[in-house]
Design a protein around this ligand. Structure first.
Ligand SMILES: [Zn+2]
Length: 310
């Protein structure tokens, strides 16, 4: 049994300054788990908010888990913070999953979590125009009526359309907007550039991109080792109850996981955690079920990648 009652971060889902409160929570986690969890700044958003990573473990299998490329999907930021806390609570009691203790897992695996890729966009969704800098006030695309359904960053670029891939997304637009704009060039945004640098530094063995809409798992991107990646995706589907999306080839996309799979030929999943709720934030009522389905996912994914990519 898990005897440590760990604290959920769900109260931050009603934050009055989302990115600031999330970063505060991250620094606190680092402070209380010194020697086990390390906080690093991997870049800054357009508005200068630090984009932070949390690193746990010291193994040679490196796993990146990231959330909230899309602003209105920030319930996944809460999920990652809770996954980290849950992992720490299992570590404390040396719990085992699939006959592997968490202490051993952290000898084989290094987890890097980036819980909030798009802080400026999330602030627009949570706090409206309160934190828009003066020089952005007259930007036409920053239409206040769209803030509650915002997906892009504050430049109006959809960060998950800003990665270079052989078969780009077919629904991208050129002009800045609340969603779907691919940006002036690949990695044009400081947020995607930060993930590029992080990925080139660590050369991850697997990644999960957390998104929020549709209770489905995307795992394909024209990869060579379909059998391996399908088997990993199936394990996560079984755990979460989310169906696998089977796509027509060639698969198109300009997202992080597409770029990652194409470049590194390592497994990458996009997990959509909530039933479709339309163009808005996921209601807080959906969270309990989301957490239950996803709490073990980083551990199971890391074990699969550890066994299947060595
Ligand atoms: Zn999304």
């Amino acid at each position: 049994m898990i005897n440590r009652s760990y604290k959920s971060y769900i109260n931050l889902y009603e934050s009055s300054y989302f990115s600031k409160d999330i970063n505060k929570a991250i620094y606190k986690l680092g402070k209380y788990n010194k020697g086990l969890l390390y906080v690093n700044k991997i870049g800054e958003s357009v508005q200068g908010t630090p984009i932070l990573s949390l690193t746990i473990g010291r193994g040679s299998t490196k796993i990146l888990i990231q959330a909230t490329h899309h602003a209105r999907e920030a319930i996944t930021t809460i999920l990652l913070l809770d996954q980290i806390n849950y992992l720490l609570s299992l570590y404390e009691i040396d719990y085992s999953i699939n006959n592997m203790s968490i202490c051993n897992l952290l000898k084989y695996v290094t987890f890097v979590f980036v819980v909030l890729v798009n802080p400026d966009g999330a602030d627009l969704v949570f706090n409206g125009g309160d934190f828009i800098p003066q020089e952005y006030k007259d930007k036409q695309y920053l239409n206040e009526s769209l803030f509650s359904c915002w997906k892009a960053n504050i430049n109006g670029v959809d960060l998950n359309r800003n990665y270079p891939t052989m078969y780009p997304s077919i629904d991208s637009v050129i002009a800045p907007a609340y969603k779907s704009c691919k940006g002036p060039y690949y990695f044009s945004e400081p947020e995607t550039y930060a993930l590029k640098c992080l990925t080139e530094k660590y050369r991850f063995d697997g990644t999960i991109s957390y998104h929020s809409s549709g209770e489905v798992i995307f795992w394909q991107y024209n990869q060579l080792n379909i059998e391996r990646d399908l088997s990993i995706a199936n394990t996560i589907s079984k755990e979460t109850g989310y169906n696998l999306e089977i796509e027509k080839e060639p698969v198109t996309g300009s997202g992080y996981k597409d770029w990652f799979i194409e470049n590194y030929q390592k497994p990458g999943l996009t997990i959509e955690v909530s039933p479709y709720v339309g163009e808005k934030k996921v209601p807080i009522e959906n969270y309990k079920d989301i957490f239950e389905r996803n709490k073990n996912v980083p551990i199971l994914f890391a074990q699969e990648v550890f066994y299947k990519t060595i």
